[in-house]
Write a protein that binds this ligand. Sequence first.
Ligand SMILES: Nc1ncnc2c1ncn2[C@@H]1O[C@H](COP(=O)(O)OP(=O)(O)OP(=O)(O)O)[C@@H](O)[C@H]1O
Ligand SMILES: [Mg+2]
Length: 298
Amino acid sequence: MGLLGPNGAGKTTTVRILTTLLQPDAGSAEVAGIDMLRHPERVRASIGLTGQYAAVDEILTGRENLVMFGQLYRLSRKAAFARADELLERFKLTDAANRSLKTYSGGMRRRLDLAASLIVAPPVLFLDEPTTGLDPRSRNDMWAVIEDLVADGTTVMLTTQYLEEADRLANEIVVVDQGRIIAQGTADEFKVQLGGERLAISVPAGTDLDLAGRALLSAVHTDDLSESDLVVDADAHQMTVPFPAGSRGLAEAVRKLDAAGLEITDFSLRRPTLDDVFLTLTGHAAEDGEDAAEENAA
Ligand SMILES: Nc1ncnc2c1ncn2[C@@H]1O[C@H](COP(=O)(O)OP(=O)(O)OP(=O)(O)O)[C@@H](O)[C@H]1O
Ligand SMILES: [Mg+2]
């Protein structure tokens, strides 16, 4: 399950409540079928958690960190070492096993952090923004690891601000904004809900976006389109409308925009993305994760 939402939406708060780290003011929840208010200790025995901020120790080496976690889980010293080596291997950290964490890159740290939450192979795993701040390659590696865990039968709940990530990893997506669930379903359901292809145009900075929007709507001109179907990203000088005519209607739409005297810097026809879902549902774009990465660094 992917919990998708921008900064401050309440993702970490939800994870902290479900992992018994934070007491809810009201309501109830079950994790792995266990009432988390009545039996928090049983919930804790069934879950793993990789928090938004690393829980690993800076001074210890990678192996020492995992052994320490193993011992906290009450494994024998020998079993803790064996498990540490297995996990180092699995997360491609064997070569760095004896180095202090201070020398690890962000991606390596994130992998070690995830390894630490897998010491006892929990049936339910919570991952709070597992790939925020990672480069595309590390992110792909992390995605592969998460897909393997799911294939092995682990139930994973992950939070993310990356629509692409929820699309790729989650069977079910819950979109949150300002502490509330605003939508839930599969990635495909969200896309179907938004109809067929979409036409996106970019205009130069300084263009009157209201005028441009009206020109776009009338160029597309379908009777059942209204102003609420127009999604405007003012910062990016970009706007999108549903475009049921598909590529057949494209030439005509371009001619009409041209006739309206609208200057266009970019133009594309594409299938709806989860980004469209977010814009349509909340009226604002999901943050792209860059800000969160900066926050983490600060
Ligand atoms: N202990 C707390 N007491 C009061 N308010 C809090 C507490 N922790 C978080 N909040 C507030 O709750 C809201 C949700 O925060 P939360 O950390 O859950 O967001 P998030 O979705 O994880 O955001 P991000 O993507 O930035 O990690 C924010 O407005 C935050 O300031
Ligand atoms: Mg958070």
